[in-house]
Design a binder for this molecule. Structure first.
Ligand code: ADP
Ligand code: MG
Length: 268
C-alpha cells in the first residue's frame, strides 16, 4: 500500500514569509487502485505529486510503499508531454528504463499498443499533441511502475483525443497492477476514471472528502451515469466546490478558501 502522510510542505515566499502549500494531508492508495485527486488550481496538487514522486524532498512527512520509503518503480505523466526533442520516439521511452535488457521489446509493444508503431524513429517535433501524449503514456508504463503519478495528463486536448487517451490509460492500468494517483481539476474526468475520488481543500491543501459511491470503474466522462453521479455529489455536498468542507464533508467554517475553479461540465 502507498501511504502518504504530509505534515507540512512550505515554499519560501519572495517577501521572506513562507507559503504553506500542504498541511496534514493523509492519503492511502491500495495496490492496483485508481485514485483521482480533485482540487482547485493552486491547492497543491502538483506539489503533492512532486513530493510523492521524490522530485521534492523539502517536506516534513513521509511517503512509504509497503512500509519502505518510496524510491523507485514510479511512473510519471505530466501536463506537458516533456519529450526530448533530440531523441526519437523510442529513445524517449527508453530514456527512463536504464539498462533493463527487457525494456526495448516492452517499449516497442507499448508504442504499438499506442498505435505509434510507424513512428518509432520519428522525432517528437513531427508528432501531433495527441501523439506526443501517447509517447508520454508509453514512457510512464515502460518501467512497469508500481505507482503511477499523473498530473492533469489530458488537459488541453480536444474531447475525442482525450477520451481515446483515457481508454488507452485504462487498458494499460488493467494489465499492470499499478496504483494510480491521478490529479485533475475536472470533476467529471475524476468521477469517470477513479475507483475513489479524493477532494482537496484550498491552500493549504489536504484531503477533505473521499467519495466512492457509484464509482464502478472506468467509464467515459460523457457517460450519463457520470453526469448523474456528479449531480448527486453536488446535491449532497453543495459546498464542495467552494473549498469549504470540513473533514466530515459538511460545510465548515472556511478554514480553506480556495479559489473555486474546479471544472464542472454539465453538458451531456
Ligand atoms: P496545483 O497543482 O493544485 O495548481 P501547485 O502545487 O502547483 O498547485 O501549487 C500550490 C501552491 O504553491 C501555489 O500557491 C503555488 O503558487 C505555490 N508554488 C508551487 N510551486 C512553487 C515554487 N516552486 N515556489 C514557490 N511557490 C510555489
Ligand atoms: Mg498543478
Amino acid at each position: 500500500m502507498l501511504d502518504i502522510e504530509i505534515v507540512r510542505k512550505c515554499y519560501p515566499d519572495r517577501g521572506g514569509r513562507s507559503h504553506i502549500a500542504l498541511a496534514d494531508l493523509r492519503l492511502q492508495v491500495q495496490p492496483g487502485e485508481f485514485v483521482c485527486v480533485v482540487g482547485p488550481s493552486g491547492c497543491g496538487k502538483s506539489t503533492l505529486l512532486n513530493v510523492v514522486g521524490g522530485l521534492d524532498h523539502d517536506v516534513s512527512g513521509r511517503v512509504t510503499l509497503d512500509g519502505s520509503p518510496l524510491q523507485d518503480g514510479i511512473g510519471f505523466m505530466f501536463q506537458e508531454p516533456r519529450l526530448m526533442p533530440w531523441l526519437t520516439v523510442i529513445e524517449n521511452v527508453l530514456l527512463v528504463a536504464g539498462d533493463d535488457p527487457t525494456a526495448p521489446a516492452r517499449a516497442r509493444d507499448l508504442l504499438q499498443a499506442m498505435e505509434l508503431g510507424d513512428v518509432l524513429d520519428a522525432y517528437p517535433g513531427r508528432l501531433s499533441g495527441g501523439m506526443q501524449r501517447r509517447v508520454a503514456l508509453a514512457r510512464a508504463f515502460v518501467i512497469e511502475p508500481r505507482v503511477l503519478l499523473m498530473d492533469e495528463p489530458f488537459v488541453s486536448l480536444d474531447a475525442p483525443t482525450a477520451d481515446r487517451l483515457r481508454a488507452m490509460l485504462v487498458s494499460l492500468w488493467q494489465r499492470c497492477n499499478t496504483s494510480v494517483l491521478f490529479v485533475t481539476h475536472d470533476l467529471r474526468e475524476a468521477l469517470a476514471l477513479g475507483g475513489r475520488v479524493c477532494f482537496m481543500s484550498g491552500a493549504p491543501g489536504r484531503v477533505m472528502l473521499e467519495w466512492r459511491e457509484g464509482l464502478s470503474g472506468p467509464r467515459l466522462p460523457n457517460d450519463a451515469a457520470v453526469l448523474a453521479l456528479q449531480r448527486e455529489l453536488l446535491d449532497r455536498h453543495p459546498a464542495l466546490l467552494a473549498g469549504l468542507l470540513d473533514q466530515s464533508g459538511n460545510a465548515g467554517q472556511g478554514r480553506a478558501q480556495g479559489r473555486n475553479n474546479i471544472e464542472v461540465r454539465t453538458d451531456a
